[in-house]
Design a binder for this molecule. Structure first.
Ligand SMILES: [Zn+2]
Length: 383
């Protein structure tokens, strides 16, 4: 971990190679993660300043040491000087700095324009599902849609639509609509087909689900990559980097802790959290007041609550954190509780570092921890 971190400041060619397009394509085929479009397609995209590829890949220029989004207004670099990355984190880890013109780390919390268009279209369609072959009529490449939803929601576009549709069905059931009419409204021609699909997603029948509530999740674009934000009816319960490999396991834990399904959607808590996070990333917010729910063991709860009391812009050591929860010497145990924090950033586990001043670990990747600490350092806390 630490040796990779050091390379941010002194990039070595082997680390660059490890993060280059060929390597991520190899990785991609191996584990289905972080695939990039074909090289020629990316080349054409940045030469046209095509904003519809923003967020899909980042290009870095070897001669200047700078990385950009595909829509950068600067003069396009020569192809043989360009390296491609799937995430800004990969580009930073390979020793590149963000471009001052296109600001690849800055986002306003909104998804790229084409995703916004697609989501609006789904809203208007209510119940009618789009097939992959319908997407070209909206000027959207199905391959790109599949990749985007996989990376941002951990599921394909088709699975996203199914989950969202069932979320709508659940809302209608809560409103007291009859199961048959809800099924019909969602495009199911038979009652049994709807019941079966419903049970597959929620693990219970529509009748029983009337009383159940769920965890809604949405993504937020941020300078440290897309975040997944989740909340119950009463509080925020999840905030995580969408590209984390452990996401599946975390979802399982979340489902178990709260005993309810997770579906794409929004409520007032996700909306508040997203607004406050955007303000935080813009340097205009230092504390969060969205209600939180973080069930865990008594010890985990003590650690997470202690984390919430570390002020903005300050760091403490694992030793100090152990003392604060009255378990002096238990830095390993507090470290592990720290790593199990399900509400990143808002429960600021990034503010705990090694006694030596080194960053220590971070589930979301050390570049993100450094980014958050730098951000808080640049905008000092109000006195
Ligand atoms: Zn640029």
């Amino acid at each position: 971990m630490v040796s990779v971190w050091r390379c941010v400041h002194c990039p070595r060619s082997d680390i660059r190679a490890q993060n280059s397009v060929e390597a991520s394509q190899r990785r991609g085929y191996a584990d289905g993660m972080s695939t990039l479009p074909p090289k020629l397609e990316m080349q054409r995209a940045y030469q046209r300043n095509d904003a519809s590829y923003d967020g899909v890949f980042f290009l870095a220029v070897r001669t200047t040491g700078i990385f950009c989004r595909p829509s950068c207004p600067a003069r396009p670099p020569l192809p043989h000087n360009v390296e491609y990355f799937a995430t800004p984190g990969d580009a930073i880890m390979a020793g590149y700095r963000p471009c001052k013109r296109c600001r690849p780390l800055n986002t306003d919390g909104r998804p790229p324009a084409w995703v916004g268009r697609l989501l609006r279209h789904l809203d208007e369609q209510q119940g009618r599902r789009l097939r992959d072959c319908d997407l070209p009529t909206l000027n959207i490449d199905p391959y790109r849609a599949r990749r985007y939803f996989k990376e941002h929601y951990g599921m394909t576009f088709q699975a996203y639509q199914r989950a969202r549709q069932m979320g709508d069905a659940l809302t209608q059931l809560h409103a007291g609509d009859a199961t048959t009419s809800v099924g019909l409204a969602q495009g199911y021609s038979s009652d049994s087909g709807f019941r079966e699909a419903f049970q597959r997603i929620f693990g219970q029948t529509p009748g029983r689900a009337r009383q159940a509530s769920c965890i809604v999740t949405r993504t937020l674009e941020s300078p440290v990559g897309p975040l997944l934000v989740g909340a119950t009816d009463s509080a925020l319960c999840f905030l995580e980097f969408a590209d984390r490999r452990a996401l599946d396991t975390q979802f399982k834990t979340l489902r178990r802790c709260f005993d309810r399904p997770i579906i794409p959607g929004e409520n007032k808590h996700t909306t508040t959290a997203c607004r406050q996070l955007s303000e935080y990333f813009a340097g205009r917010r230092q504390s969060f007041d969205v209600p939180l729910d973080y069930p865990g063991t008594e010890f985990q709860h003590a650690v997470w609550s202690a984390l919430r009391r570390i002020p903005y812009g300050r760091t403490i050591s694992y030793e100090e954190l152990a003392r604060r929860v009255k378990r002096p010497g238990a830095q390993r145990a507090v470290g592990s509780a720290n790593g199990r924090n399900r509400i990143a950033i808002i429960i600021p586990c990034h503010r705990v570092v090694n006694k030596s001043g080194q960053l220590g670990g971070y589930g979301g990747g050390l570049w993100r921890k450094q980014f958050l600490l730098d951000l808080e350092h640049r905008t000092p806390a109000c006195r």
